[in-house]
Design a protein. Sequence first.
Length: 431
Amino acid sequence: MFYNVKFTQFLRHMNQYDVIIIGGGAAGFFAAINIAEQNPKLRIAILERSKEGLSKVKVSGGGRCNITHAEFIPQELVKNYPRGEKELLGPFHQFMTGDTVEWFEKRGVELKIEDDGRMFPVSNSSQTIIDCFLSQAKKYKVDVLYSHLVISIKKKKDRWQLETNHSLFTSEKLLIATGSNSKIWKLVEGLGHNISEPVPSLFTFDIKDERIKDIPGVAVKNVSIKVLNDSSPIQGEMSQRDRVVNLESEGPLLITHSGMSAPAILKLSAYGAIELAVRDYKFQIEVNFINLPFEDCLEVVKTLKHDLAKKTVFKSAQFELPKRLWQKLVIASKMVPETRWADLSRFDLETLANQLTKAIFTVNGKSTFKEEFVTAGGIDLKEINFKTFESKLHQNLYFAGEVINVDAVTGGFNFQNAWTGAYIAAQHISK
Ligand SMILES: Cc1cc2nc3c(=O)[nH]c(=O)nc-3n(C[C@H](O)[C@H](O)[C@H](O)COP(=O)(O)OP(=O)(O)OC[C@H]3O[C@@H](n4cnc5c(N)ncnc54)[C@H](O)[C@@H]3O)c2cc1C
């Protein structure tokens, strides 16, 4: 009996750390390595619930890990965060994309920039990032404890006390880097923090419509899209005026098997994450396939009526639109494949210009964008000190990564949030 008590005490003693990080994901590893590097004397542990950490890093960017984005001006960088735009400006002045690149390159990970600004390891493999993190954690003797699920968080005197599925852990400082995880959010609520309700962000739109049927893979370089306002009151809670939203985007569009995807859609899904959830992902969008005003388009098609008089409309795709999409829009304009430009009445020309610039589609659900998806929602930003990423409610409690109410559009910005928060928290934790 005496031995058992002693043994338990010994184990407990062993589970005492200076710093504990809950979550062995992007932010957790980045923070642990930086804390250890700044202050090698600290005893640091990562408690990770799964058998292997970094699972999102592994699958990120289609297995290539889009680590950050080649945007080096903080004021521009923040524009990619529907939630967190204001709060991240200060932190980005401390640690942003250029610092990320330097950090990885110093540790032997070379990065490259793609045409659209996304940055990846030159190896094109997320394993390079994982190997870097694991070797750095080992070098600095960070205890990475896998299969350790944290089930309760309490503050006892001046120490954090964490109950896991294995045993009890205590630490002086605690960093929560658990990503979007409802169970941890409940525990954080128990500590007095508010949680903005989580909803998905970065999803594609499900659309069943003859105009895009059977043409998956067709892409348009630059469209503009707006979400039409909803006239129906939702649950009687908000007036129509409250619900008028200004959701518009521009960029590439991709027709998929289930509807529409690519940046023009993903941006809407991010900026509209909350509104579209309220509408249960049932709404209408207006697509301008050629990104020209209706009137300008009408002038062009009027000219074409004369210039291409003897040609069939069906076979003479215009505005650099892919042939298959053009033909779908011509059919939707109530023409037959034999219709010649010369046959078009003013009404026909207007109908065609309408399909090209103001095509309305009904969205009836969402699908996962497999390259990257995130959750909008998390710890209320008002309760975090963005100079340190420390809780404003509890001393020695820090947050980093997706656990806070920050999320970004696709392109490497979500990881940048994790690196920035983790780095700044690490600076303060290691002091
Ligand atoms: C398919 C996919 C692809 C993506 N691709 C990209 C991309 O290319 N570029 C980009 O910028 N973003 C990408 N993202 C988003 C990005 O992965 C996240 O924003 C980022 O991983 C957040 O980092 P994090 O450390 O906050 O959370 P996570 O990486 O999710 O890590 C949280 C960790 O905490 C652990 N955990 C949770 N609860 C507990 C608990 N109670 N006890 C112990 N451990 C716990 C989890 O197991 C997990 O390992 C992608 C997301 C997905 C899903």
